[in-house]
Design a protein around this ligand. Structure first.
Ligand code: AKG
Length: 266
């Protein structure tokens, strides 16, 4: 694969600087996506099976959310207990070889290289988000306040979100507020519990939200200060995404005493 041809173009870099993101549609083929969806369900099933064991750590309750440490991942359960579904798993790629290989795929990392600014990259975090039919919204937020404690190079992180399914307004696609990254780290919500501090008060900023309603196989590259969020899934199909954040080579993964260098084979 020609890595240079995959790097961000001047137009994409300009969009990233001005709007805080750029995207490419249908980067991954249907056959690749079929494999990755299988991998995502494999990870989800492993977590559900682990949760049924008697000797696992209990759920931590934070406001109305339930978190649990399972299979080496911080698991966030769906708000609605009746769904018996895991909403996000972070990290997740160690639980399936297809995702472990995916973080080394140059279609994900090469477009970030000029933004991170170093020839070598490492993985900062990776996460699998599964939004089942009925899955809850994710309030407006930025990644930066969440990552601030533990990042060795917060200003160099780039998030890369791969759409495993078509995403649209009905199934709770991501929404972004273009240009919102220019505000830096914004104030959190007041009097909204522990998690409120991590959600953004969008009344304090201008800018019109835009749905990132792209087809499966598309990739969104975005800044850690970009304000984004999503609505509930009102459809009868899944809306799954894999999100990996890259950083300069040689740095630790978020909250882990581990490093995961990106393998740049070509
Ligand atoms: O997938 C979603 O609905 C929201 C994802 C998101 O914003 C995140 O994981 O930070």
């Amino acid at each position: 694969m020609n890595i240079e041809a995959l790097e961000a173009t001047p137009a994409e870099l300009k969009q990233y600087e001005e709007q805080g993101f750029f995207y490419r549609t249908r980067v991954f083929s249907d056959a690749e996506l079929a494999q990755l969806r299988e991998g995502a369900e494999n990870i989800h099933a492993k977590i559900i099976a682990e949760a049924k064991r008697e000797d696992v750590p209990p759920c931590d309750r934070v406001d109305n959310q339930r978190y649990q440490s399972l299979c080496g991942s911080t698991v966030k359960w769906e708000w609605d207990k009746n769904l018996e579904a895991v909403r996000s798993m972070e990290p997740a790629c160690h639980l399936d070889s297809r995702f472990e290989a995916l973080v080394d795929d140059p279609r994900l990392w090469a477009p970030t290289r000029k933004i991170v600014g170093t020839p070598e990259l490492s993985v900062f975090s990776d996460k699998l988000n599964v939004k089942r039919p009925g899955g809850a919204p994710f309030p407006w937020h930025q990644e930066s306040p969440y990552w601030a404690y533990g990042a060795e190079a917060l200003d160099k992180l780039v998030s890369v979100l791969l759409y495993l399914d078509d995403a649209n307004k009905e199934n709770g696609c991501l929404w972004v507020i273009p240009g919102s990254h220019k505000h830096g780290v914004l104030q959190g919500l007041k009097n909204r519990g522990v998690l409120g501090a991590l959600y953004t008060d969008v009344d304090l900023i201008d800018g019109e939200a835009m749905p990132a309603d792209f087809p499966a196989g598309s990739v969104l590259y975005f800044h850690p200060d970009l304000v984004h969020g999503s609505q509930s899934n009102r459809s009868n199909t899944n809306r799954r995404v894999f999100v990996v954040a890259y950083q300069p080579g040689g740095l630790h993964r978020w909250r882990l005493n581990k490093k995961r260098q990106v393998k740049m084979t070509s």
